[in-house]
Write a protein that binds this ligand. Structure first.
Ligand code: SF4
Length: 478
């Protein structure tokens, strides 16, 4: 067993858009954002096994294993504290599966590894992927006599991918997301599910934001397998072309951000040169006062490439400093940690003086943030000997503040790459979370029947009052 795959589920979308990506000078990509997401994934895996409390208790160790800083650990803890959803009972997490064989004779096997790197794959492996969590509704996953995990006949398999990023710029909407299509197809074939739904779950406040795709059936599984085989053939031809000395076929886009070939990609190197040099080759910005439309189109892409590369250089230097200590230059300057002191005004002590000085305008000098309220609740609850009450207290307080119109929305214009809201379908049919647990062990929940035709839900628009995917009409036992 030493099969080589030319793309994993997580790189499939990029490989489909840019055939040469990852087939030349590939380097393992790691970034602080990636480590943050990996620690978050592992913590949610712990949540599925041990429950919320234990997973939160284990979080500092989990974060330390992924090299998160104290600040990142705090941010992740705050994010996970606010995220109330837990996988339902009998959910299966962090499962790696490989799709093997040929069209018409496909099989799915469990594989070792994850996060794009898989070991000991069968010789005829086409691709492999690791899904974050899956479960079945209304009847949970079960084991057959051979100990194999199976999806009951009347159930629908829900395959979910957690996302921890702030921006959806790098994530394909679920209905076009090849990673999800591959993982969902592999999981359906492996469990024998006749119907499955792929979900991107953004780990945010309360239940997170759910981007659920339409119900997939055997026709969709076959279409995904055809896409996988076509992509593999295309990648084999591209690999052979590059080996014969041809330049890789590249196509730039948002997917470049996590490309393992980016640092030697001909398109990127050309973009960096073009951004820094004028037509005489001098290293000065090629920014004329008046741009042609074509120049204007390219400059934001050049700028975002340079920003990303600058960040990579900074990340690499900081990682070096963390491992080896500060870097010292001939002139005595150093690159390393430095403590910067900033003055902080104690709001309680300041209030009297501000009242004296500002009178009726005192309110304008006070800047209240959700993070500060949360910190205050932490202190209050510590004084009262209460634990795990902050989320509920925050919900209650924010509701009151909304009621009293103390919270208003402030819009601010930013100039950055983004996905316009009308660039993706507004409505998709799909699933929403069913079970939630905010405190301790998972709550059991009422099983509900599956509707033949799920209602549409607004994509990434919070939770609808009622799950579009289930109705109470067809109750079944958990
Ligand atoms: S960096 Fe280059 S090789 Fe990688 S995805 Fe972008 S265009 Fe393709």
């Amino acid at each position: 067993m030493s099969g080589e795959i030319l793309f994993s589920a997580s790189s499939a979308s990029r490989a489909e858009k840019c055939t040469g990506s990852g087939l030349f000078n590939a380097m393992r990509v790691s970034s602080p954002e990636g480590a943050f997401g990996s620690a978050g994934h592992e913590s949610l895996y712990h949540r599925a096994i041990y429950g919320v409390d234990e997973a939160m208790r284990m979080l500092p160790d989990t974060c330390a294993r992924f090299g998160l800083t104290e600040q990142q650990t705090g941010m992740l803890a705050a994010r996970l504290r606010k995220f109330a959803w837990s996988p339902p009972p009998a959910a299966v997490g962090e499962l790696s599966l490989a799709i093997c064989g040929t069209l018409g004779d496909v099989r799915v096997v469990r594989s070792k590894g994850g996060k794009g790197h898989y070991e000991d794959l069968p010789d005829d492996a086409l691709t492999a992927g690791q899904l974050d969590v899956m479960w079945a509704e209304p009847f949970p996953l079960t084991r057959n006599a051979d100990g194999r995990i199976v999806c009951p006949v009347k159930s629908t398999l829900i395959v979910t991918d957690y996302k921890f990023g702030e921006s959806d710029h790098y994530v394909d909407p679920v209905e076009r997301n090849l990673q999800l299509a591959i993982n969902t197809t592999a999981a359906a074939l492996w469990t024998g599910a006749e119907r499955a739904v792929a979900v991107v779950l953004w780990v945010r406040d309360e239940h997170g934001e759910w981007d659920a795709g339409p119900v997939m059936t055997s026709r969709d599984f076959s279409a995904t397998l055809e896409r996988v085989v076509a992509l593999r053939d295309k990648r084999i031809a591209e690999r052979d072309r590059i080996a014969s000395g041809a330049l890789p076929t590249t196509h730039e886009g948002a997917w470049c951000a996590y490309c393992p070939s980016e640092s030697s990609c001909p398109s990127k190197l050309m973009a960096v040169r073009a951004a820094l040099a004028n037509n005489t080759g001098a290293l000065i910005p090629a920014i004329a006062e008046v741009l042609t439309n074509d120049e204007a189109r390219r400059l934001p892409i050049y700028a975002s490439t340079l920003e990303r590369w600058a960040k990579k250089l900074k990340d690499a230097a900081q990682a070096h400093v963390r491992r080896n200590g500060p870097i010292t230059y001939e002139d005595g300057t150093q690159y390393g940690k430095v403590v910067v002191e900033r003055e902080r005004i104690d709001p309680v002590a300041a209030m009297t003086v501000l009242h004296e000085e500002l009178g009726p305008h005192v309110g304008e000098a006070i800047d209240v943030s959700k993070a500060a309220i949360e910190r205050a609740f932490d202190s209050l609850h510590a004084d009262l000997g209460l634990t795990r009450q902050t989320s509920a207290a925050m919900r209650r307080t924010l509701a009151k503040l909304h009621e009293r119109k103390a919270i208003t929305k402030v819009s601010r214009e930013e100039m950055r790459m983004h996905r316009p809201s009308d660039a993706t379908p507004k409505e998709v049919a799909g699933a929403t979370p069913a079970a939630t647990s905010t405190e301790g062990a998972f709550e059991s929940r009422q099983a509900r029947g599956v509707q033949a035709q799920p209602k549409a839900v607004t994509r990434r628009n919070g939770l609808p009052e009622e799950s579009p995917f289930f109705s109470d009409a067809d109750d079944g036992p958990l």
